[in-house]
Write a protein that binds this ligand. Structure first.
Ligand SMILES: [Fe+2]
Ligand SMILES: [Fe+2]
Length: 271
């Protein structure tokens, strides 16, 4: 299967099987072809986008299985949106030149990881009596996609903002699950965290390649889509060390650390 066909099935196909499509034996060759983003990713009735507001459960309620199930349902939605957005990135950005083929290879590997996370969450929430689609699935991340005209915008938003925030969140929720002796869920968060470090590192690698002799922090800020700000790149407790591990330079990390804006991080309870 050509990688574009694979990406289209993931993005435009509606079923969970489409979203979990394997990337085995993909053909990666350049095709000059424009792609226009669909308004929404394809979704079967059960997985339909629904922006009805539901609250993320407080970790103080994590002794209740149903609350843990709901938390995992939120996480699974993030994975699903990440998979679809990465598939969209495969279709949107050019694939001419060796660099861009490498860029797409990295995306395909990342999609594999996100699919693994999605499957883990679905299996675990089932053990708590929650099926994927039982609660509303919002399109919060997806709405940024049409504001990312270049791969630089995409990685600034995806890897250096959303996935970077997840470096903090994954650790926070690992602890929260461990605090109620849910080792199974806690261990899953650890796996997600380890993968997320490599996803942030991949984004940092490409931005460093593309920025030329510019400063990474400025380059990143200049390519954040729409009204997105670096504040969204931080979770509940800002972890500098893990960002060093993800290959971000010290200047970038301290600029991010001291960044403040109206999106008040301290008032933030979840994504
Ligand atoms: Fe993930
Ligand atoms: Fe990720």
């Amino acid at each position: 299967m050509h990688y574009r066909e694979y990406a289209r099935q993931i993005l435009e196909g509606g079923s969970l099987d489409d979203k979990l499509l394997s990337s085995k034996d993909l053909e990666l060759s350049s095709i000059l072809e424009n792609y226009s983003l669909p308004k929404n990713p394809g979704r079967t009735k059960r997985l339909e986008i629904n922006n009805e507001q539901i609250k993320f459960p407080r970790n103080t309620s994590f002794h209740l299985e149903e609350k843990r199930g709901l938390a995992l349902h939120f996480f699974a939605n993030h994975e699903l949106l990440a998979i679809e957005m990465m598939a969209a990135a495969l279709l949107l950005y050019p694939d001419t030149g060796r660099d861009m083929i490498q860029f797409k290879k990295g995306l395909i590997k990342t999609i594999q990881d996100e699919q693994k996370h999605l499957k883990m969450y679905i299996v675990r929430m089932k053990e708590f009596g929650v099926e994927f689609g039982d609660f509303p699935l919002n399109d919060f991340f997806w709405t940024w996609m049409d504001k990312c005209p270049t791969a630089t915008h995409f990685y600034s938003a995806m890897a250096l903002t959303f996935e970077s925030a997840n470096l903090d969140f994954a650790q926070f929720y690992e602890k929260s699950f461990r605090a109620v002796d849910d080792t199974k869920s806690a261990d899953m968060m650890r796996i997600v965290l380890e993968d997320e470090i490599s996803h942030v590192a991949l984004g940092a690698h490409w931005l460093n390649q593309w920025k030329g002799d510019k400063n990474l922090w400025n380059y990143y800020k200049d390519h954040l889509p729409g009204v997105m700000t670096p504040a969204r790149s931080k979770g509940i407790h800002f972890d500098k060390e893990i960002r060093t591990k993800a290959g971000l330079d010290q200047d970038f990390i301290s600029s991010l650390d001291s960044y403040r804006d109206e999106f008040n991080v301290t008032n933030r309870k979840s994504w």
